[in-house]
Design a binder for this molecule. Structure first.
Ligand code: ADP
Length: 422
């Protein structure tokens, strides 16, 4: 026995003993009555000590300094503090489904605001049939039940678990709501990705198989067409290779353990290389490729190989989606601690409703057109992930029928400054 407990035990016991002895002596009670009253005082003193509110079961041998002493809490206060802090929603109701308790997270998930809900029926705060069903089954079977709940208005998916409670007089139910919206979204994305990859790989493989079959079943003797068949096989094999390389590149960028060799990169040099590489294709398509260099060199913090991939993809798209007679212009500059590189074209443009999605893997505005141009649907996704890996971003502004402008923002290399923003 120690600390506050010992004090309160003594405080409760000493007056009791004094009253007992005084009453015994003054009242002329016999020695046996006095001993009996002392016993009652002893029991009462001990009871007062044992029933101290918020007492814990630990009894340290020496009193702790006041600052370290655990603060005694009322159970209701502790209950509210713990449940109020939880990120999972907690709802308690009696067996007639009258609400007894709803924590803050449950209020948010069920969109209840600050409305008082105690005493209202669960059905009044959520009309969801699966929720009612799971509650009824848990109460009837006296076992824990789980289900998943779609809340279209809140755009949430909740994993619900309902457990019967032993509450007086007729029991009750404890419902825990866990938000799995993000988890389900990622699972859906993964499923879609696997199905897209399979589809993308299947298309060229099917063509290769068909041309090879044709060659084997007599095509080899067909002098006029056999070369075309072999050309097609080579074309589709190249397509497969480009697709697999893009997939590997994307996987490499997304893997957290990839170490990019980030250092000061002269943007002008990388732009010049990318434009030189694409000049012939642009000329043969009748598209003018323009390099608008700022007066001073612009040095970004990036990996030069990665920056080359970003710009090649954007320039290639610009050429692909711009009809003959059009223009693709690359402009860059620095300011406010960042570098901005714009690739602007006068091409077909991207309709508003597609603009937010073109950076998703395999998303294409016009699937057939992209395929015909040899696109994999992964280019912009690679651009976005690379820019983010370098601490930057990519933005799009476009008007259907008038052209598009992709702007990549990257950090300016340390110790370099200047105001050359386009
Ligand atoms: P793809 O290999 O199909 O070009 P991307 O990821 O590079 O794949 O681009 C996704 C889609 O965005 C393209 O299929 C196309 O519909 C659209 N797109 C990209 N760049 C442009 C552009 N400069 N002009 C018009 N549409 C574009």
């Amino acid at each position: 026995m120690s600390r506050d407990g010992a004090g309160s035990w003594a405080l409760a016991l000493v007056p009791g003993l004094m009253v007992a002895w005084l009453a015994g002596l003054a009242g002329g009670l016999g020695i046996w009555w006095t001993i009996l009253l002392s016993g009652v005082a002893l029991v009462a003193g001990t009871a007062v000590w044992v029933l101290q509110p918020g007492e814990t079961a630990e009894f340290p041998s020496s009193p702790a300094p006041a600052a370290q002493r655990p603060v005694a809490r009322q159970p209701a206060e502790l209950f509210e503090a713990v449940l109020g802090t939880m990120i999972d929603g907690v709802v308690v109701a009696d067996s007639a489904l009258n609400l007894l308790y709803v924590n803050g997270a449950a209020r948010e998930l069920l969109d209840l605001g600050n409305r008082p809900v105690a005493g209202r029926l669960i059905t009044e705060v959520s009309r969801s049939a699966p929720l009612q069903e799971v509650i009824e089954t848990a109460l009837r079977s006296r076992t824990n039940q789980q289900t998943e709940l779609q809340l279209p208005r809140q755009r949430l998916t909740l994993a619900v678990s309902a457990a019967p409670l032993t509450l007086d007089p007729a029991g009750g139910i404890l419902i825990v709501l866990h938000d799995v919206t993000e988890l389900r979204r990622l699972e859906r994305m993964r499923r879609e990705f696997v199905s897209n990859v399979s589809h993308e790989l299947k298309t060229p493989l099917t063509s290769i198989q068909a041309y090879a079959d044709t060659l084997l079943s007599g095509g080899l003797e067909d002098e006029t067409h056999r070369r075309t068949f072999v050309d097609r096989i080579q074309e589709q094999a190249e397509r497969l290779q480009v697709l697999i390389l893009d997939l590997l590149r994307l996987a490499r960028i997304e893997a957290d353990d990839v170490a990019f060799e980030i250092r000061a990169v002269d943007v002008g040099e990388v732009v010049a290389e990318c434009i030189d590489d694409r000049m012939d294709v642009a000329t043969s398509k009748g598209v003018t490729l323009i390099r608008s260099a700022p007066p001073q060199p612009v040095i970004a913090r990036a990996e030069s190989e990665g920056l080359r991939t970003i710009l090649s993809n954007l320039i290639e798209n610009g050429i692909n989606y711009t009809p003959a007679g059009g223009r693709v212009e690359v402009e860059w500059g620095a300011g406010d601690g960042s570098v901005r590189i714009s690739v602007r074209d006068t091409g077909v443009g991207i309709p508003k409703e597609h603009q937010g999605r073109v950076f998703e893997r395999f998303y294409r505005v016009d699937r057939a057109r992209s395929r015909a141009l040899g696109g994999t649907g992964l280019g912009l996704s690679i651009v976005k992930h690379l820019a983010q890996a370098f601490g930057g971003r990519v933005e799009l502004s476009s008007e259907q029928g008038h052209g598009s402008c992709f702007t990549v923002t990257l950090p300016l290399a340390d110790g370099v400054d200047g105001e050359t923003l386009p």
